[in-house]
Design a protein. Sequence first.
Length: 427
Amino acid sequence: QSSGFCGLQSDELIVDSFRLQQQIDELASFSDSSAPSVTRILYSEADVRARRYIKDLMDSSGLIVREDGVGNIFGRWEGSDSMAPAIATGSHTDAIPFSGKYDGVVGVLGAIEAINALNRTGFKPRRSLEVIMFTSEEPTRFGISCLGSRLLAGLPNMKSSLERVVDKDNISFPDAAAIAGYEFALETLLEVPLKEDTYAAFVELHIEQGPILEEEGIAIGIVTAIAAPASLKVDFRGDGGHAGAVLMPSRNDAGLAAAELALAVEKHVLETQSADTVGTTGVLELYPGAVNSIPSAAHIEIDIRDIDEQRRNSVIQHIKVSASEIATRRHVHLDFQIVTQDPPAASSQKIVKAIESASQQLGLTSKHMISRAYHDSLFMARVSPMGMIFIPCYRGYSHRPDEFASREDLSNGIKVLALSLLALSSD
Ligand code: HGY
Ligand code: MN
Ligand code: MN
Ligand code: MN
């Protein structure tokens, strides 16, 4: 092994991957769907149990645990220079319906284990180290992705959005937060944004959620940029009616309008002729949803992403034009809402280099790559230099119950994270 940062020998880093796997499995048991799938939605009972579990782990790792008003959880290892901007790492533990047990979790449990591994070597950080569990990254409950990191990054108009949103059961954000124990979420919202220079670096460990590292047999992905995500909500409303009695010429079928728009999304995305533009109609709900009733309402949710922000925005415009053309032709009412429309983020070169050196020191192959999935890092990049470490996942599967990362890959990622944190906190 080569001697590395501050004389630490890379083989001194011991990751307890057996215990980590137990923690991953235990955390996966806090779920609203049956194994092997995981469903853990913001502020649900399963989410609350996961939060308690993470806080206990942070505590038993000797971290000072605190939480903000919306439930972003921080575990701090005080450095010798406790006033200097700290080094942060972290991810999320919420999970979309019927998904897997590694997305996000690897960057929270893995970060805690990276701290444990550094602790075991006797290392003492100069800059404090903080592990963050963001309160929610998935858009499932209120349609707002990266809710916790958006608030920490101080994005505008969040309060007005959170005063207005309701979930599919018509529960408001403040009510959902209160049930989970965050009864002053709205009142304390303005205290959430991080103070200037809170962090000197933010590094997130995450499964790749794509097949490249596994296909190319590369151990570590070094993210150079995160693609620009956007999400739309569209509602069509018609008159509905009896499936037998209303003849075709007199129908204004909201369901068919939605079906046409879903195909228009695919058409406009493919028209860019770039592999980097992707579009998905992930939600398509018909009302009243009876086989013998013409849909009087259709609700669809669309996800559009591209590494080129302008190209992504032009696809959204084309979709908007198609939606109104379809509504006019089919005599249905249209509500078209852009819910999120975010710019891409570039990684800090300094952190890219730290991850590169850590990988080399450990004798691990690595490659630069773009993240097509978004992450809390997308918003942490607004308030701190950002970097991401990817590890391979089975066939690139994610947001599916058969999502999987091997103990060896987990251990590699955690060691690279630990050495990166060591370098950044000693700097
Ligand atoms: O959708 C995403 O990119 C993230 O995995 N939530
Ligand atoms: Mn996800
Ligand atoms: Mn994720
Ligand atoms: Mn009848």
